[in-house]
Design a protein around this ligand. Structure first.
Ligand SMILES: [Zn+2]
Length: 374
């Protein structure tokens, strides 16, 4: 028996062998692990701040909170329980189980709050729709990790208490708790925990949108100093109706997710933005990139609703043709093909290592070496 090979430690982790530390790793959107080394004091402080996000969303001592997410290798999942503890609520951990079993337990234990990533909520929602049943004890759905778009929210309203509220929190294991929603925050809007994070917005474009850069004031082992988050945000500069003066930001999705399209760098987010734009449901939207027999790259939008609606298809085509001078020139030159449409046959909605819905697939084989994604 020989020792497993020990690769060099990632830069920034320090001497992980000694001292009161805990190590987390996040997949990030690329699947390349990012390591974070924290003292327990740092973890507890972050949980304290993040707990305020739950309180602000309305979690209270009367609630039974069903919490999705599985503890695993270097997972920070348990910190959610520590943060929730501040609300004095009852916690119901939900591991991987089939949707029918989850629905049964939530109904049996009268869970009032679901704390869940939208991608994990979808199979339960689909199960409830098929079964024609509703979990009427649930009055709050609290999401994080990815956006729950208004079209999905409208659909899920039918499945819980008629007065159900949808709120979300904003934190990453890499930089810690960032934001929370009060009752007055709309879709994608957050107050910043400005006693923990110094938030800045850099490279602001003409629409006032730039990248969120943050400094965590309570991290020493793995300092977060003016760190780029990859999140596109704008600053909301009108006072919030809730009366709280803490700064507010509006999230506009992730920064560039680039692929090689006809030999040029193309930001896939420009197409992924069509989902909220057209009000498409989560399980009715996949963008695929493939290559025609003549070697031209082509995007295909897979959606039953768009496939059925000529007006929507025309809207998407017009949007694509006017996307950028570069794309227009490529289309004119015939170096790439126009966007095409299809139903959902042959594409499957999958999730990333981090469990987030993957609405984009590159079906070209083999991938070009220069293809990159982040
Ligand atoms: Zn507010």
């Amino acid at each position: 028996m020989t020792d497993a090979p020990a690769p060099a430690l990632p830069v920034g982790l320090g001497d992980v062998g000694r001292g009161a530390r805990i190590l987390f790793s996040s997949g990030g959107s690329t699947g390349t692990p990012k390591f974070t080394s924290l003292t327990m004091d740092e973890v507890l402080h972050n949980c304290h701040v993040h707990g305020r996000s739950y309180l602000s969303a309305g979690v209270g001592a009367d609630d039974v909170v069903a919490v999705w997410g599985m503890p695993g290798l270097m997972s920070s999942e348990f910190t959610v329980y520590l943060a929730l503890a501040q609300a004095g609520c009852c916690i119901l951990p939900i591991g991987i189980a089939d949707p029918a079993e989850i629905a049964r337990q939530v109904a049996l234990l009268r869970a009032t709050v679901l704390l869940v990533m939208p991608s994990d909520l979808l199979p339960v929602a689909q199960f409830l729709e098929r079964a024609g049943s509703r979990l009427s004890s649930v009055h709050l759905v609290l999401t994080g990790g990815e956006a729950l778009y208004p079209a999905d929210e409208a659909r899920y309203r039918e499945l819980f208490d008629p007065q159900v509220r949808f709120r979300s929190t904003f934190q990453t294991s890499e930089v810690g708790a960032i934001g929370y929603q009060c009752d007055a925050c709309g879709f994608g809007e957050y107050h910043v925990h400005d006693d923990l994070q110094l938030a800045e917005v850099v490279e602001i474009n003409a629409e006032g949108i730039g990248e969120l850069v943050t400094t965590n004031l309570h991290r020493r082992c793995s300092p977060v100093l003016r760190q780029r988050t990859g999140d596109r945000v704008s600053i909301i500069d009108v006072p919030c109706a809730c009366g709280n003066a803490q700064a507010r930001i509006r999230l506009h999705g992730r920064t560039g997710k680039f692929v090689n399209f006809g030999g040029e760098k193309f930001d896939v987010n420009l197409l992924l933005n069509l989902k909220p734009e057209l009000g498409l449901r989560s399980d009715d939207f996949v963008v695929a990139l493939n290559r025609d027999d003549d070697g031209r790259d082509r995007f295909v939008l897979h959606s039953q609703r768009v496939q059925r609606d000529a007006e929507l298809r025309e809207r998407v085509s017009a949007y694509f043709r006017r996307l950028s001078p570069k794309v227009s020139a490529q289309l004119t030159a015939g170096s790439v093909a126009d966007i095409a449409f299809a139903d959902l046959t042959g594409v499957e909605l999958t999730v990333t290592v981090a469990g987030k819905a993957k609405h984009f697939i590159d079906q070209r084989e083999p991938a070009r070496p220069s293809d990159q994604q982040r």
